[in-house]
Design a protein around this ligand. Structure first.
Ligand SMILES: NC(=O)c1ccc[n+]([C@@H]2O[C@H](COP(=O)([O-])OP(=O)(O)OC[C@H]3O[C@@H](n4cnc5c(N)ncnc54)[C@H](OP(=O)(O)O)[C@@H]3O)[C@@H](O)[C@H]2O)c1
Length: 320
């Protein structure tokens, strides 16, 4: 099979394309899939850099969609030919992958394999952030950073479905247009955003969804209303330095959480519930999947370089 292999951590150049990897073994409880598209996520960058260490060498990637080609022992509800997707499954930057059946999601009619590869990991994440970490209600004020990114466009659309007013931050005019098309009511640049949020809301927002991290953290805290929720779910600009819990008291008895996807899809029921809502909204046209960049698998390094240098919007896919 074809795959991307990382033998040493580092910059995008360590993503090495190989076309002679053996196909993965299919163990009991697993399913072999021909990959139609692999999703690129920021966590793949952290793995490649060694910021979240993995043992070397490894095939990066956590997400994709494709067609079942073989089914291992003890798997009963999937058959060859089915279209499936997955998230939080390692070794996804490849033309073939063995996926535990417990992690496989059937892709319904009305959702293309590419859309499924684009919306599964970030859709599940946007779902848990808006439904479980902080359950967004009609009339809430919600601040979404990097609102034209993969996560940002989904968070914005889902928060709007739940009746919130969404304030987004972005770095460029093109990104502002995209965030507004996704439903953002107000779109700000990063410089001085906490003051602008206070002007718009009076007392601050109910929740901040912050996947940017180092450069936004302090102002995100300052944007919250008393008892508001700071959901620090990523660190695209770098890790946040240690925090003194007193800042939560000083800013109005705030809540701070650093959530990650696995804890919110810990059971099969929870995984399937979130995925079926997301796929349902896509199939019904209630949320739009914006794929800005598709790269051949062999050009994974270019995909990472573009994602890291803020040149992409929405979702980035690799096509094996
Ligand atoms: N915790 C979880 O469960 C979970 C799951 C999925 C993703 N995430 C996190 O969600 C965040 C977004 O992921 P994504 O894949 O959707 O990426 P993305 O938002 O499409 O891309 C990152 C965006 O962050 C913004 N940004 C601001 N400062 C940046 C900097 N110094 N360097 C790079 N980007 C910067 C850029 O938008 P502007 O140019 O508009 O600023 C950039 O386009 C990441 O932190 C990721 O780790 C967390």
């Amino acid at each position: 099979m074809r795959a991307i292999v990382v033998s040493a951590t580092g910059g995008p150049e360590v993503l090495t394309y190989v076309d002679d990897q053996p196909d993965p073994e299919v163990n009991p409880g697993e399913v072999l899939v021909d990959v139609a598209a692999s999703g690129v996520n920021f966590i793949d960058v952290y793995h490649r850099m060694g910021r979240y260490p993995l043992s070397l060498p490894f095939i990066p990637g956590e997400e994709g969609a494709g067609t079942v080609v073989a089914v291992g022992e003890d798997v009963h509800d999937v058959a060859a030919g089915d279209t499936v997707a997955w998230a939080a499954v390692p070794r996804s930057y490849a033309s073939r992958i063995a996926v535990p059946a417990s992690k496989l999601l059937p892709v319904p009619e009305g959702v293309t394999p590419e859309a499924a590869a684009a919306v599964t990991l970030q859709g599940l994440t946007a779902h848990y952030l808006t439904h479980s970490t902080y359950a967004v209600k009609a009339g809430d004020d919600v601040l979404v950073h990097a609102a034209a990114g993969g996560m940002g466009l989904l968070l914005t659309q889902i928060a709007k479905l739940r009746g919130a007013r969404v304030i987004g931050t972005v770095s460029t005019e093109e990104k502002e247009t995209l965030a507004r098309q996704a439903g953002a009511d107000e779109v700000l640049r990063y410089h001085g955003f906490a003051d602008a949020v206070r002007e718009l809301t009076g007392s601050g927002v109910h929740v901040v969804y912050d996947g940017v991290g180092a450069t936004t953290f302090d102002e995100s805290i300052a944007s919250l209303r008393p008892r508001g929720m700071m959901a620090l779910y990523g660190q695209a600009s770098g890790p946040v330095p240690p925090v003194d819990p007193q800042i939560l008291a000083r800013n109005g008895s705030l809540f701070l959480t650093r959530p990650s996807l696995n804890a919110y899809i810990a059971t099969r029921d929870e995984l399937v519930w979130r995925a079926s809502e997301i796929y349902g909204w896509v199939a019904e046209g209630r949320i739009r999947v914006h794929i800005s960049n598709r790269y051949p698998l062999a050009e994974a390094a270019r995909a990472h370089a573009d994602l890291e240098s803020r040149r992409t919007t929405g979702k980035v896919l690799l096509i094996p």
